[in-house]
Design a protein around this ligand. Structure first.
Ligand code: FAD
Length: 488
């Protein structure tokens, strides 16, 4: 029997219906198409992935299916690797084109994509990959990158339309989600930001309507930032909204005139979003290797107790512990608190940055490899070209959580500690500890390291290494590849 000719839209980190090039091309092609999303066991089990990411994806697909239902379209979910999926679909259909966005992911997805390319070639399938959010593939330096990116951001948003065309039945297959996994995915814990395209717009609109007016004033405050930051990151990371959609919405919003500082600060960060992903697109080895190879020479003896205390929010430093517990519970904390967590692990505790990257990747609902690894390494001081920032958790706590409200919310053991001691509870006398119902060292830990001595040791170690020839040798390559050349 002659196979039906079809096209495929392969969704990755672009689970939305609008400003979507692959959907546009599929609709224009005059060939029936199916939409697939692959839950690939290899990536589900990869150490950067967690149930919360998969739940977010699953519920984003659900929203998309609701949007597509009137057009007789639905995402086909397959639980298998991409090569098996393409082979299976090729056995069933004559596949003309696969339309997808390029993925700037970890090395493993890059290797997967190379295999998919081969399989497509063998099966005579044209795999058409489109540029995502102004990220350029194959560039050798940043000459002209910013100009190109701004041009992309100002191009018209794609207004996708869907015709009620012939439905392609996906035949019975054995690649169904395992029942146990699917029942976990169907749950969506209330403490996470709600998934999907509709919610992405809700968050963007409420930011521009009011929430974002105090953006800069609150950006570093662990409590207030939860309201004043855009909270767009999970939607951008999983592609419920494109960077261009967000950029144009904020850039042209009538409230921008009165809130120009706040709105332009947000636009700058959308630029950073892509700037970091572009770094990773060029060098995805940053997942596992120091940006500046010279920093591989530094040794960081593993201390399992330190790592455990950091991961479980039991270091004895209230703001550190509150942040770790908050992100474990909700999937989000602001930039400064993320940077502080990394600085504490890698500088104060002197642990290798690789001991913490996957842990936070799994906790961040907005995990985006292209931002995560380069940012992590910047804060860990392994680039050799950025200023190394040591975040003092007591100072940050006094400045950004002066009343200790964030701390008390996330560390119930400290709920009755007076404000005068909330940042340094170990300074309470035993009698004061008894009064407020917490014995430091029993109910809540003593600080695991001394801040001043550990900070000095870190400065000597990391700063001291900056002039090492192995670090110096790498600097030119890093600057030439990732930094816009300065005008002479
Ligand atoms: C160690 C570390 C790891 C991080 N990992 C991630 C990650 O996996 N995914 C992620 O989206 N962000 C990451 N960030 C950047 C930043 O913390 C988050 O983007 C931000 O907190 C998200 O909240 P928001 O959407 O309210 O941001 P807003 O402040 O409202 O900014 C709007 C958008 O701009 C982008 N953005 C903001 N700040 C940065 C930044 N410093 N660098 C790059 N892009 C930025 C994000 O896409 C964000 O959604 C990381 C930062 C650090 C220090």
């Amino acid at each position: 029997m002659k196979k039906q000719t079809i096209n495929i839209v392969w969704l990755k980190r672009d689970i939305r219906s609008q400003d979507h090039r692959p959907f546009q091309k599929a609709e224009q092609a005059n060939v029936p198409y199916i939409i697939i999303y692959l839950f690939e066991p290899k990536f589900i089990n990869y150490p950067d992935t967690s149930l919360r990411h998969l739940q977010f994806v699953y519920h984003s697909i659900k929203t998309l299916n609701n949007t597509l239902e009137p057009f007789n379209k639905k995402v086909t979910v397959l639980y298998t690797d991409a090569v098996t999926a393409i082979n299976f679909l090729s056995d069933t259909y004559e596949i003309k084109n696969v339309f997808s966005y390029q993925e700037s992911g970890v090395l493993a997805t890059w290797q997967r994509d190379k295999k998919v390319k081969q399989i497509c070639k063998i099966n005579n399938i044209n795999w058409q990959e489109y540029q995502r959010d102004g990220i350029l593939r194959g560039i050798k330096n940043r000459q002209d990158w910013s100009t190109q990116w701004h041009k992309t951001m100002h191009q018209p948003v794609i207004k996708n339309t869907f015709n009620n065309t012939e439905k392609v039945e996906v035949l019975e297959h054995k690649y169904l989600l395992p029942r146990e996994l699917e029942s976990k995915l169907k749950v969506y814990p209330k403490q996470y930001q709600p998934a999907g395209e509709i919610n992405a717009w809700r968050y963007l609109k409420s930011f521009a309507a009011k929430r974002g007016f105090k953006y800069q004033k609150h950006i570093s405050k662990p409590t207030e930032s939860r309201m004043s930051c855009s909270r767009l990151s999970p939607y951008l990371a999983w592609g419920n909204i494109s960077v261009k959609q967000a950029f144009q919405f904020i850039g042209t919003h009538p409230n921008g005139t009165k809130n120009s500082n706040a709105f332009s600060a947000m636009l700058t960060r959308l630029h950073w979003h892509c700037h970091f992903i572009q770094k990773f697109e060029v060098e995805c080895a940053y997942e596992t290797h120091c940006v500046n190879k010279g920093y591989e020479l530094l040794e960081h003896p593993i201390n399992e107790d330190y790592i455990k205390a950091w991961k479980t929010g039991t270091t004895g430093y209230p703001l550190i512990d509150a942040c770790m517990r908050a992100v474990a519970e909700t999937g989000w904390i602001n930039f400064r608190m993320r940077a502080m967590l990394v600085s504490f692990l890698t500088l104060n505790l002197d642990q290798d940055w690789r001991e913490g990257t996957y842990h936070l990747a799994r906790l961040f609902l907005d995990y985006e490899p292209g931002i995560h690894y380069p940012q992590f390494q910047m804060q860990a001081g392994t680039t050799g070209v950025n200023t190394v920032r040591l975040y003092n958790p007591v100072k940050n706590s006094l400045e950004h959580d002066p009343e200790g409200l964030f701390i008390k919310k996330w560390i119930p053991e400290l709920a009755n500690v007076p404000v005068s001691y909330i940042h340094e509870p170990w300074k309470m006398s035993l009698m004061e500890q008894t009064f407020c119902g917490v014995i430091i060292g029993e109910d809540y830990p003593l600080p695991i390291v001394d801040l001043q001595t550990s900070a000095k040791a870190a400065r000597d170690k990391i700063w001291g290494h900056k002039k090492h020839p192995a670090v110096e040798n790498e600097k030119d390559h890093i600057l030439n590849t990732h930094v816009k050349p300065r005008k002479k």
